[in-house]
Write a protein that binds this ligand. Structure first.
Ligand code: DX5
Ligand code: ZN
Length: 577
């Protein structure tokens, strides 16, 4: 175990957090048709990054860049999409995952651990003598269980081979009349290997529709940017020319990954390649798109700060009832173009609040114009009576007001939502405190929405008194092991966002600040800028606490320069040699 008491305590709480997640995942996986809900999927992928970076820092070596660029891809496959069973790693009907870019091992191992294949605490042994978790994965066999972990289908390392192996498996499955699918993760640096293209030709020749390759297109390889070393573009044209079904997506967008994997089953006469536009080192800002962090470990003492950064992912949620524009479709499209994370939908019945907007019928019409998650905020009386309509409308988050339901009704609502893979939320008006009856349900709640205006209209002024309430509720929730998100809703703009962030919110609804701005993209960028300032301030405080301010400033310099004025550290950064 670690020899630094403070960090040991920190690690223990995070292991508890991750271990509970892994255990829950195994239990829920048994439920037929269990569908991982959006916010839970996000949280699990966050845990993967946390576990991977801890292991790499502890080992003093490893590949954070690729572990992070492929985190969503591997997470969606193991937590949401693939048929697989940690209890039966050789289950005959399992889908196969071939990780051909073996150096992403820390991220891959962390994903397997959280999926339940081995205890997450074993990640402490990463790259240590005698550990099963070495720099590159070893294919699992029961006889070799002392040096390989269950769930590993392929011994990665020397690149360019995995796709060929996948063809063998896909062909064998088809010859046996089996429905198993084969998913193969390949790299863009790895695509320098000629064998990749031989395999690409062969897979198309054999019309392997049961094979899906996913290209982690992070544009960086060991010694620099791919397009400087061996240009791969036009990537889409290359794979199309090899007769593959090609789908291009944003590779950190879980909804797009899910959508692409679903679409890959439509190709009946050819293999599919998903070109996932990813960012190397995504999740830790100074590692992002930075070749230096291809195969380098962060100093151990940075770990608590890096974990804090990973845990602090924020979501911007434009509220489409705001602004003059009536066309909801256009509003959603412009929010998506503008870089929004989720779409906030305010459902008002004219009874619980003095205004009425739209209901589930409208949401059903809007559902197919974007893969962005829908965050439905129900400001209606008796939500239990209509909850099925919002389930059928395929919302990703459904939040009801504590003032509109009893504990038993809320229990029924969360059960219905959870069994349909939807994240439940509870909302509080400004004058409402968190009712005690919510605490027994906390494990099932993904969102606590705190209103900072009286509900009913967009464009109102933020009620400052709500900040101390939010701080108080955030603390109480964390003390009770709440693992979800606090959502701030009402009057949020760039002037108040930092204070709301410090009070504990991580989902920010923005109506007038976005649709009243006249520049939707610019408004979202400005909100994200404010989130970044608040985050960097918090990380700097943590660096102070553990006595590594100077070293942290050095490591983080290129990220902090644009924010230096707002953080008041211009001179200090300037003085850094
Ligand atoms: C108010 C709604 C909010 C509102 C947000 O009842 O729940 O979501 O539309 O809009 P702004 O950000 O303008 O307050
Ligand atoms: Zn709202």
């Amino acid at each position: 175990m670690f020899d630094r008491p403070l960090e040991t305590v920190g690690y223990l709480s995070i292991y508890l957090f991750i271990f509970l997640d892994a255990a829950l995942h195994v239990i829920l996986n048994h439920l037929n048709g269990f569908k991982m809900r959006y916010l839970d999927l996000k949280r699990k992928i966050c845990s993967v990054r946390m576990l991977a970076i801890q292991g790499i820092a502890e080992a003093g070596s490893g590949h954070p860049g690729a572990s992070f660029s492929a985190a969503e891809i591997m997470g969606v496959l193991y937590f949401r999409k693939m048929n697989h069973s940690p209890e039966k790693p050789d289950w005959d009907e399992r889908d196969y995952f071939i990780n051909s870019k073996g150096h992403s091992a820390p991220g891959f191992f962390a994903t397997l651990a959280i999926a339940g294949y081995f205890p997450p605490s074993e990640m402490e042994t990463l790259r240590k003598l005698g550990s099963r978790l070495q720099g590159h994965p070893v294919r699992y066999t029961p006889q070799e269980s002392h040096q390989s972990v269950p769930g590993t289908e392929f011994s990665g390392g020397s690149e360019g081979i995995g796709l060929s192996v996948s063809i063998g498996i896909a062909l064998a499955n088809r010859l046996d009349g089996k429905k198993n699918r084969v998913y193969t993760l390949i790299g863009d640096g790895e695509s320098n290997e000629g064998q990749i293209w031989e395999a690409a030709m062969a897979a198309a020749k054999f019309k392997l529709h049961n094979l899906v390759a996913i290209l982690d297109r992070n544009r960086i390889q060991q010694d620099g940017f791919t397009e400087d070393i061996m240009p791969l573009d036009p990537t889409r044209d290359k794979w199309s020319a090899f007769n593959w079904n090609v789908i291009e997506i944003a590779g950190h967008n879980v909804e797009q990954i899910i959508d692409a994997l679903n679409k890959s089953t439509e190709a009946k006469d050819r293999p599919t390649i998903i070109i996932a536009k990813t960012v190397k080192g995504n999740g830790i800002k100074h590692m992002t798109n930075n070749p230096q962090w291809h195969g380098k470990a962060p100093p151990r003492e940075h770990t608590p700060i890096l974990l804090e950064e990973l845990r602090s992912e924020c979501l911007i949620a434009p509220s489409i009832i705001a602004g003059q524009e009536e066309n909801y479709e256009e509003k959603i499209r412009s929010a998506e173009r503008g870089g929004a994370d989720i779409i906030h939908l305010d459902i008002m019945d004219g009874k619980f609040v003095p205004n009425s907007t739209f209901n589930s019928d409208t949401i059903k019409q809007l559902r197919n114009i974007t893969t962005l998650p829908f965050d439905a905020h129900l400001m209606i009386e008796n939500p239990l009576a209509v909850i099925q309509d919002y389930i059928d409308a395929r919302c990703d988050i459904v939040t009801v007001h504590a003032e509109t339901c009893s504990e038993s009704e809320f229990g029924q609502i969360t059960d219905r939502l959870l069994s349909n893979g939807i994240s439940p939320g509870i909302a509080l008006n400004p004058s409402t405190d968190l009712p005690n009856w919510v605490f027994p349900h906390l494990r099932d709640v993904d969102v606590v929405l705190i209103m900072s205006v009286n509900p009913g209209f967009a464009g109102q002024k933020f009620i400052p008194e709500v900040l101390s309430k939010m701080r108080h509720i955030n603390q109480k929730l964390r003390e009770h092991g709440f693992r979800g998100y606090i959502e701030a809703d009402g009057g949020i703009d760039a002037t108040i966002l930092q204070a709301v962030y410090e009070a504990g919110a991580r989902i920010f609804v923005a109506g007038n600040a976005v649709y009243g701005s006249g520049d939707i993209h610019g408004a979202i960028i400005q909100l994200r800028y404010k989130v970044n300032v608040a985050l960097e301030r918090k990380l700097l405080e943590q660096a102070n606490t553990i006595g590594i301010r100077r070293d942290w400033l050095k490591t983080r310099k290129h990220i902090l320069i644009p924010l230096a004025n707002e953080l008041g550290i211009e001179e200090e950064l300037h003085a850094l040699k």
